[in-house]
Write a new protein. Sequence first.
Length: 95
Amino acid sequence: MESLIEEMLSGQILLAEALCEFEKIYIRKALDRNDGHLTKTADALGIHRNTLSGKLTAYKREEKPVASKPRMRSAASKKKTPVKKLKARAAGSSR
């Protein structure tokens, strides 16, 4: 354990990051030991089942890269407004 701590300190890993990673690994190992059963795992960890469920949901969100998809335009929105209508709108708004 001492060598791991030394390695982490020399790699400039912050305490909060180390604790977060430790918690994730600890929870995953507990889940494996309890065959993925949330209630049993929560009992073994000494936390409420809802707390465990919330943490797992948060971990899943962290793992998924958040990539914004380009929004698809509907066929109606793809239609171009005729130039005459645009000019009429511009003329009406300048009054």
